[in-house]
Design a binder for this molecule. Structure first.
Ligand SMILES: NC(=O)c1ccc[n+]([C@@H]2O[C@H](COP(=O)([O-])OP(=O)(O)OC[C@H]3O[C@@H](n4cnc5c(N)ncnc54)[C@H](O)[C@@H]3O)[C@@H](O)[C@H]2O)c1
Length: 388
């Protein structure tokens, strides 16, 4: 079997972490008897320089017709002017909108060997295994009007927080399905005491409850959730929330894992390919321009994103579990990139981006029971997927 994956190395450290991810995916494919046909496209700052646009329509079409999209990171100081008419992040909006990827999934787990890399107290991190499901294509980031106006009373700015019940239902249903495949606990996060959009959000989530009698649902206000994510992060399992709240909470939760370089993400919709859900997979970090070309970036977020790609879009649970297990084993064995190095380096092996990928490839094989597994160990049945 050959799968078709579009690769977007992007800018800064993107190409390095994605090369590392590709080497692990290719090795996993060999181990499990399949192959990946890679097509590279230029998107982001590189595309602005080469073509004058952040993504070309023909490249968007290649992404649309692939089995999955694998992205490094895009952007950098050269293109960071927020008032420039053409900006790298417009490519991300074009991909999310064009591929109808309405849900962003960020699993957050903390490997036991890394608890001291996190600024959060070690005892609070025990058992952290949560999944944030963020609505990605509506809400405040897309509502219109969104503009500044000159009025008789001075300048006024307006943004619009807009949700249809259909937009809420599709992402909430996905979250219910994911909760069902994990510990059957779902936290829906809103600001229903103040916002009309949140009150509709809460109603729609409650309307879905009869379809999922086995899932325990709690509604929480976003401000309390932000506090609890630091105070008792292990109490959460699946969280579902709207675009802006999800953006903020998922960055907050990423601190738990110790380094931005550790965490993967997936953006999915409900479009299916022959093998699973179509999706875009990327580490949560940005292009870290000051590290570009130095072989210092941690590629684990990209590699675990590759595992999610295997599970969700290729239907290859075997390869996904093997990659996650190999990452855990490398960490268990003391292999560390610079961002994961504590002051006391005794017994640890410092490696660069490529070295970490080699260490993970060397440990690929059948998953070992009892080994702590990073990434997205239980994400429901991606192939059966949500009933719609
Ligand atoms: N999805 C994306 O492509 C994406 C996401 C966020 C930011 N960006 C872009 O990236 C550029 C830099 O943004 P930023 O500095 O706010 O965020 P960043 O994630 O690039 O860097 C934040 C911090 O995390 C560290 N870091 C990031 N990735 C790492 C890795 N793999 N290993 C070790 N350390 C790592 C960096 O050194 C830096 O200290 C900006 O142009 C921004 O627009 C892109």
């Amino acid at each position: 079997m050959t799968y078709r994956v579009v690769r977007i190395p992007g800018d800064g450290v993107g190409p390095e972490v994605l090369a590392a991810g590709r080497s692990v995916l290719d090795a996993a494919a060999t181990t499990f008897g399949f192959s990946i046909e890679w097509t590279d496209i230029v998107v982001g700052g590189g595309a602005i320089d080469a073509f004058g646009v952040p993504i070309r329509e023909e490249d968007l079409e290649l992404a649309r017709t692939s089995d999955a999209v694998y992205l490094g990171a895009i952007g950098g100081p050269r293109w960071d002017d927020p008032s420039a008419p053409v900006r790298p992040e417009q490519a991300l909006f074009a991909l999310r909108g064009g591929l109808e990827l309405f849900a962003n999934l960020r699993p957050v787990t903390v490997h036991p060997a890394l608890v001291h890399s996190s600024p959060v107290r070690a005892d609070l991190l025990e058992g952290v295994d949560l999944l944030i499901v963020r609505e990605l294509t509506s809400g405040l980031y897309f509502g219109r009007p969104s503009e500044e106006r000159a009025t008789a009373d001075g300048r006024v700015a307006v943004d619009t927080l807009w949700y249809t019940d259909g937009e809420i239902r599709r992402v909430a249903r996905l979250a219910f399905e994911l909760a069902r495949g994990r510990s059957k606990r779902l936290t829906s996060v809103d600001k229903a005491n103040v916002l009309a959009s949140s009150r509709l959000w809460r109603k729609v989530v409650d309307e879905l409850r009869p379809d999922y009698p086995d899932v325990e649902v709690e509604h929480r206000l976003v401000d309390a959730t932000a506090m609890l994510l630091v105070k008792r992060p292990a109490s959460f399992d699946v969280l579902v929330t709207e675009n802006l709240f999800g953006d903020i909470l998922s960055d907050e939760a990423s601190v738990l894992a110790g380094s931005l370089g550790m965490l993967p993400s997936a953006s999915v919709g409900d479009r299916r390919t022959a093998h699973g859900l179509h999706g875009l997979y990327e580490p949560i970090h940005g292009s870290a321009p000051h590290m570009a070309g130095t072989d210092r970036a941690n590629p684990i977020g990209a590699i675990l994103s590759g595992a999610m790609l295997c599970r969700w879009s290729l239907g290859r649970e075997d390869a996904a579990a093997a990659i996650e297990s190999a990452v855990s084993r490398a960490l268990d064995d003391g292999v560390r990139t610079a961002d994961l190095m504590p002051r006391d380096e005794e017994g640890l092996e410092r490696v660069g981006t490529a070295g970490m990928a080699e260490a993970i490839v060397a440990r690929l094989g059948a998953p070992v029971l009892g080994s702590p597994v990073l990434g997205a160990p239980v994400l429901g049945d991606p192939i059966a997927g949500p009933a719609r």
